[in-house]
Design a protein around this ligand. Structure first.
Ligand code: NAD
Length: 331
């Protein structure tokens, strides 16, 4: 069936996208979703089993850089909105091999913008670009990023995201396109790829191997539960002002070592019959190159203008996350 309101969601088989799509379909029974995802190592369709066969949902395997394919999808499904989650997202990979980050994050976003510009031809359709707080560089002990902070990306990952943010911005100022960008702090929750910090801590702990922590473990991130991010993206997609940027954060600043301690404490309780003292497995490893010290977000703009606020407490979000991974890893 073809509805007259079909949105293209890119990267929907990744961590955030696969949390977002089920939520969005439930919130908007009159909107169809086409999920375009290349299924790189980071994409996992099992995370979308709950929407398989949903009448409003279509999955397409493909590359956001593929001009013919994206054009075809816009026409075939009469796409009237885009949310761009697709990206190479792991900072460590961007350090060892930055090339694919330039391709997907910069050229891919450009391709989506160009096709939207040409095929929408002045229509007021929404283009929502998903980005990161890492574009703002690193903070010292004090202060917060706001929408007015300077862009100071430090890794090939954040530099590629910054470039895509600038392209999106330019399509509003130059062509008047109805774009919004949201820059979010670190997400955590179910369905995150094994390579990331929190899944690595959980998995290493229960497998009885060393829990690797970069440097001295003092790097600070602001953690946002992925469900809260999804609610924020839906809010911005529907109500954000064209051309604007919104920062989302969870007001949950923790350093990496504290996160590892918290996870170990929860596991000590949950698995007391199997093992305790998971903290003994923590080991410091050589720091990430150019490791930003601290990210933190002042999310008062979106709170004032759109009424969004993170609602999950970190400890309960972490508990839910751990349960999800215990179920995934644990036979
Ligand atoms: P992820 O790595 O889990 O998922 C990315 C998805 O994009 C995967 O399913 C992958 O297959 C797909 N993909 C990669 N290259 C593609 C291409 N060329 N064409 C089509 N699909 C492609 O990432 P995530 O954590 O879900 O992040 C989603 C977005 O949110 C990214 O843009 C990221 O920069 C941003 N973001 C993430 C976080 C976080 O903490 N995870 C925080 C802020 C912003």
């Amino acid at each position: 069936h073809h509805s007259n309101n079909t949105i293209l969601i890119t990267g929907g088989a990744g961590f955030i996208g696969s949390n977002f799509i089920p939520y969005f379909l439930e919130q908007h029974p009159n909107i169809d979703v086409v999920n375009l995802d290349l299924l790189t190592y980071a994409g996992d369709l099992t995370n979308l089993r709950e929407v398989e066969g949903h009448p409003n949902y279509t999955f397409i395997k493909g590359d956001i850089c593929d001009k013919l394919l994206v054009k075809h999808l816009f026409k075939e499904y009469n796409i009237s909105g885009v949310i761009n989650f697709a990206a190479e997202s792991h900072v460590d990979n961007s350090i060892s091999s930055p090339g694919q980050f330039i391709k997907t994050n910069i050229e891919g976003t450009f391709n989506l913008l160009e096709i939207a510009r040409i095929l929408w031809n002045g229509k007021n359709n929404r283009f929502h670009h998903i980005s990161t707080d890492e574009v703002y560089g690193s903070l010292g002990k004090d202060g917060y990023f706001t929408e007015r902070s300077n862009y100071q990306p430090n890794s090939p990952y954040s530099a590629s995201k910054a470039s895509s943010d600038f392209l999106v911005r330019s399509y509003h100022h130059t062509y008047g396109m109805n774009v919004v960008t949201s820059n979010c702090s670190n997400n955590y929750g179910p369905k995150q790829h094994d390579e990331k910090l929190i899944p690595t801590i959980i998995r290493s702990a229960i497998k009885g191997v060393k829990i690797p922590i970069y440097g001295n473990g003092k790097n600070v991130r602001d953690w946002l539960f992925v469900k809260d991010h999804c609610i924020g993206v839906d809010t911005i997609y529907n109500h954000g002002k064209a051309g604007e940027t919104y920062l989302l954060g969870g007001n949950n600043e923790y350093d990496n070592l504290t996160i590892a301690f918290k996870i170990c404490d929860i596991l000590d309780v949950k698995r007391s019959k199997i093992k305790g003292n998971y903290k003994d497995q923590i080991e410091f490893v050589e720091d990430r190159l150019g490791h930003d010290f601290r990210y933190a977000i002042d999310a008062s703009k979106i709170s004032k203008e759109l009424g969004w606020k993170a609602s999950e407490y970190f400890d309960s979000g972490l508990d839910k996350t751990i349960d999800w991974y215990l179920n995934k890893y644990q036979l």
